[in-house]
Design a protein around this ligand. Structure first.
Ligand code: PEP
Ligand code: MG
Length: 324
């Protein structure tokens, strides 16, 4: 691991010259500054629900400003993708209990924010004020399943933005907005998505769960949860191709991006922005600096002919064994 860490200061460039940006997934402040300094290209996913979960009540606007400001400052000069509150599903807030039979198909992410504009507006106002006139903030909307949700969320952002410009800071910057691609239906509306927002972040954890209809936390079926399922891989490849076609910036922030086999396949598909937990950064960087993308493309062509996830893993594992 030391060896990996030594090299992390070098950018991740494949042997045939493709630069891959590696970002950090974060939610706690501890360590973020050093991790950024140690070589992440920015924060690709800041999960704002984490600071919310550590409190006894909804944090106030000024409390949120403080947290967001320290995140943005720790990554000064590099992009920070801040996701609006993504509670519900497997992420409960102790002071806001939700009881549902199907929490993963229920009230989570943007759905909850749009039903509680008073909470959503406070969060958006806090993000905008934390950024001020700096330009590294990007805002990401979680669990989007329809274009109407995007339009509605953008109206709230407009409102927060124009109120703050008028009342607080006339030179406030308007950040780029993106959506998580984690509900399969959105895969088929990327053209319309591109007319509304600047970027897409693929949440492969939830996308896999919803494509396969498998609750990843239910031990009875969790063995069916497989991001290397050929259907999932085709969805990921299609997402990349269409985002390129519609000129939408795209990155992957699910766990797959931080797995050696997953990162290789994603790079083979053409992804050049991966966001991962701190523990994966050095290893993925090390690996990418030792492969040729053209070779990965040939591997991907074989992978795409496999009929199940097990065979995909074996094939990629064999390839990896020749590299490590
Ligand atoms: C995802 O779904 O892949 C993702 C990154 O979001 P989370 O794991 O926070 O649901
Ligand atoms: Mg998710």
């Amino acid at each position: 691991d030391r060896q990996y860490a030594e090299e992390l200061k070098e950018p991740a460039v494949t042997l045939d010259g493709h630069r891959i940006h590696l970002y950090l997934n974060a939610g706690l402040m501890s360590g973020v500054a050093t991790e950024i300094a140690d070589g992440a290209d920015g924060i690709g996913l800041y999960r704002t629900e984490i600071p919310f979960m550590l409190q006894q009540r909804f944090p106030s606007e000024s409390e949120q400003i403080k947290v967001y400001r320290s995140v943005l400052q720790s990554a000064a000069g590099r992009p920070v993708v801040m996701r609006t509150l993504d509670v519900g599903g497997d992420k409960p807030l102790p002071y806001f209990p939700i009881s549902e039979e199907n929490p993963f198909l229920g009230w989570r992410g943007i759905r909850l924010s749009l039903d509680h504009p008073e909470l959503f507006l406070v969060q958006l106002r806090a993000m905008l004020q934390a950024a001020g006139d700096t330009d590294n903030l990007k805002i990401l909307l979680p669990m989007v399943s329809s274009l109407d949700e995007i339009d509605e969320a953008l109206l709230y952002l407009d409102q927060a933005f124009s109120e703050l410009r008028a009342d607080v800071n006339p030179s406030l910057a308007r950040p780029p907005v993106g959506v998580m691609l984690e509900v399969p239906a959105l895969l088929y509306q990327l053209r319309e998505v591109s007319q509304r927002v600047e970027f897409v972040s693929v949440g492969s954890n939830d996308l896999t769960q919803y494509l396969l209809a498998v609750d990843r936390n239910n031990p009875r079926v969790s063995s069916l949860y497989d991001s290397y399922h050929p259907g999932v891989l085709r969805a990921l490849r299609q997402a990349l191709q269409e985002c390129r076609q519609y000129k939408l910036d795209v990155s992957v922030c699910g766990e797959l991006a931080g797995e050696p086999m997953g990162a290789l396949l994603l790079v083979a598909m053409g992804y050049d922005e991966l966001s991962m937990n701190q523990g994966s950064l050095a290893k993925i960087n090390y690996l990418l600096r030792r492969v040729e993308r053209s070779e990965l493309e040939q591997l991907l062509a074989l992978v795409m002919q496999m009929s199940n996830g097990q065979d995909v893993r074996e094939l990629v594992r064999e390839y990896l064994d020749t590299r490590e």
